[in-house]
Design a protein around this ligand. Structure first.
Ligand code: ATP
Ligand code: MG
Length: 720
């Protein structure tokens, strides 16, 4: 057999990993050293050379996008499509199992997946029902508590209150939440994993079946598995399975969500015969970028330690830009992107990365003004937009009357005369009779409600019944189309003149096209509609990935894990933003932020820009900040400053007065927030800054004279 294509363009260590014997294997290696590549080649090798059936492989990746890519690459290597090969995220694979074995998993056949928004809403409703003060018991904290327990594999009955009344209350809320989910057939993200684990743990025959089937378990980004994911893998592997896991301890960035890098050590304890393979050559980045990344991560104490080198070119210096504020930062990034595109490069080869989702808004505005197509991964995603969730709620209720979250979302949307009081009465009935809102609605409409309210409720129920019959025989796309019209959503947004209504209409239409391009899996036992709804909940945010248009990529550094781009911008490198405020005081937190920085830097292949702003308005608040400590951890020799950081080194209020006489003086002395004195207007504070050289202007807020724009070289300002 000709094995060259599979082993071609692999170095010795990579080849050793790909052809390793059927024993537990751990590949531990730095960014860009070919771990994902090794995984793909290993799968192809097993199928083509070792004669393993594609059915015998289970591959776990970190995103659905990565899963699709991996499948494509394996097929390309083999030169043929492979069916029955399970590749997916932990969540996606768990979902698949639960759909197949809903009975054994003790779930209703048409169980619904709820995303984290739905989950939060459910918790809020629960607090209200129990008349618990949500300022004392913060819904987000409860949500966090519940998910953290599930991630550890713990049900309420496993938890000890440790004689702590707070903890006791949390546990009882967890139990109450579970009851609601149970009753409505609702499954949150953490529950998918926990249920899938219990499914195998409690069904020996089923476990034996899957152990026989999946002999080879391939796992990417192993450093970011949480306890329940690891337990699931461990259970599946048993004593006979062959786990082949690849990861990088320096890229563990989900500790805050329960991931434990310690699983790398656990793996070696659980599989003492495991072979450990290290890859040390980086093929992704220039030497400059790689050295900078290595220098930053060297500041972490908790490391397994590895060498990473490249024989690639030195490449260009990392460009550092100190912006005045977030707008200036965005203008800078957009200017550079424009150059990049004008030089004939692909937009999709450029990525703008940031620490916090909210940073994208200003960048997006700039991109829209500059008419540069872009795509945001994560953040407010298509399936998470309000109008899309409205439409999905109708579809859910059509398929599943017990879905209370959907019921409440749309019962009066568009408005149809069902007020808060009526809803409250229905809730009261549902609570008292432990029944879904749908049943409660029917009951109170005939007994408790006055004429007009009762009619409104009955009309709503009729509408849902009618839509159910009318769509029963339609195909998915027409079902969606019918529902957005018959529900009144389209009319509602059409009457909402202006851009917002327009966009929402467009989004609803986009949902119809999403349904059109959705290919139901014939092997699944559920209806195409249910499958589509699960897809919407699971793939939220990644749906955008099939962009037909070439566009600039915007995403958080977290979502950029595993990806690579010729041109990368890391924005907002300010202490407090990155590293994030809440992690600065905590050494573990700070190390995790530094690993995130390492991930960010190592996404770049050729060109890397790092930017920060001296003043930033974020979440509606203004703040002044210092450049991120991570910037100073990059050795100077790799950095080229685009605008020297003279301003930052000045104290905010220096005692000595300096007069600004020339433009050069001005640029040296001006910083936002700087106090100044003007001969005529008196004392003030610099709010804004524009232009350069002779054109430099500042906006000053004078204590008595108000806000004024002044040309620096004429204004004769004294710095205070
Ligand atoms: P990360 O830690 O960021 O996930 P990784 O270790 O998974 O990175 P890959 O994404 O597999 O690394 O590889 C990085 C880049 O290097 C890819 O573009 C890949 O095609 C290329 N590459 C890896 N190994 C080789 C090789 N032996 N020859 C040529 N190119 C290679
Ligand atoms: Mg990878």
């Amino acid at each position: 057999m000709d094995v060259t294509p599979i082993l071609e363009s692999l170095n010795d260590a990579q080849r050793q990993a790909v052809t390793a014997p059927a024993e537990p294997t751990l590949v531990i290696a730095g960014a860009g050293s070919g771990k994902t590549r090794v995984l793909v080649h290993r799968a192809a090798w097993l199928i083509d050379v070792e004669g393993v059936s594609p059915q015998g492989l289970l591959a776990v990746t970190f995103t659905n996008k990565a899963a699709a890519e991996m499948r494509g690459r394996i097929e390309a290597l083999l030169g043929m499509p492979v069916s029955h090969l399970w590749i997916g995220t932990f969540h996606g694979l768990a979902h698949r199992l639960l759909r197949r074995h809903w009975r054994e998993a003790k779930l209703p056949q048409n169980f619904q997946i709820i995303d984290s928004d739905d989950q939060l809403r459910l918790i809020k409703r629960l607090l209200k029902n129990l008349e618990i003060d949500d300022s004392r018991w913060v819904p987000k904290e409860i949500q966090w508590f519940i998910n953290a327990q599930k991630d550890e594999g713990l049900r309420p009955q496993h938890l000890d209150d440790e004689r702590d009344s707070n903890r006791r209350q949390m546990i009882s809320l967890y139990a109450a939440y579970e009851e609601i989910c149970e009753r409505g057939g609702l499954v949150d993200f953490a529950e998918l994993l926990l249920r899938a684990h219990e499914l195998w743990r409690d069904n020996a025959d089923l476990l034996a079946h899957y152990r026989r089937r999946f002999q080879h378990l391939l796992v990417d980004e192993f450093q970011d598995t949480n306890a329940i994911q690891y337990a699931w893998l461990r259970l599946l592997a048993g004593d006979e399975g062959v786990p082949f896991v690849v990861g990088d301890d320096d890229q563990s960035i989900y500790r805050w969500r329960g991931a434990r890098v310690e699983h790398i050590h656990q793996f070696q304890r659980d599989f003492p015969s495991a072979k450990v393979i290290k890859l040390e050559q980086n093929y992704r980045s220039t030497a400059t970028i790689l050295n900078a990344a290595n220098a930053v991560i060297a500041n972490n104490a908790e490391r397994m330690g590895k060498n990473l080198w490249t024989d690639g070119a030195k490449g260009e210096a990392i460009k550092l830009y100190a912006a005045y504020n977030e707008r200036d930062e965005s203008d800078f990034v957009i200017g550079r992107l424009r150059d990049w595109i004008e030089q004939g490069n692909l937009r999709a080869d450029a990525a703008v990365l940031y620490r916090s989702n909210a940073q994208s808004r200003v960048l997006e505005e700039g991109l829209i003004n500059a008419a540069i197509p872009y795509r945001v991964y994560g953040g407010l995603r298509f399936f998470e937009r309000a109008e899309i969730k409205d439409a999905l709620a109708y579809l859910r209720l059509i398929s599943h009357r017990d879905d209370d979250a959907s019921f409440e979302r749309i019962v009066n949307r568009p408005t149809r005369g069902i007020g808060a009081r009526t809803v409250e009465i229905m809730r009261g009935y549902a609570r008292a009779n432990s029944c879904p809102m749908w049943r409660a609605a029917g009951a109170v409409a005939s007994d408790e409600l006055a004429g007009r309210a009762a009619n409104a409720v009955l009309a709503f129920m009729n509408l849902i019944e009618r839509m159910t019959t009318e769509t029963a025989r339609l195909d998915l796309q027409d079902q969606v189309d019918h529902v957005i019209h018959a529900s009144g959503l389209v009319d509602m947004f059409r009457n909402d003149k202006g851009e917002r209504g327009e966009t929402k209409l467009e989004n609803l239409m986009e949902l119809v096209s999403a349904a059109k391009s959705f290919a139901p899996d014939p092997a699944e036992e559920m209806s195409p509609l249910d499958e589509f709804l699960s897809h919407a909940a699971l793939e939220a945010g990644e749906g955008q990935a099939e962009a037909w248009e070439d566009c600039v990529q915007l995403m958080t550094m977290h979502s950029a894990k595993g990806l690579e781009f010729p041109l990368v911008f890391l924005c907002g490198l300010e202490d407090g933003l990155f590293p994030h405020q809440r992690s600065i005081a905590d050494p573990n937190g700070l190390e995790e932020e530094r690993r995130l920085c390492y991930v960010g830097i190592t996404r770049a292949k050729q060109t890397l820009y790092v930017t920060y702003a001296e003043q930033r308005r974020l979440y509606g608040m203004d703040s002044f900040s210092q450049p991120s400590r991570f910037i100073s951890e990059i050795p100077d020799e790799y950095v080229e400053e685009i605008r020297p950081r003279v301003q930052v080194s000045r104290p905010l209020r220096s005692k000595t007065r300096t007069s600004i006489k020339t433009a050069a003086d001005a640029e040296m002395g001006v910083r936002l927030g700087q106090r100044v004195r003007h001969g005529k207007f008196g004392d003030g504070v610099i709010l804004n800054y524009e232009g350069q050289g002779a054109h430099a202007r500042v906006e000053v807020n004078f204590e008595t004279a108000g806000t004024k724009w002044l040309v620096l070289s004429y204004a004769n300002l004294d710095l205070m």
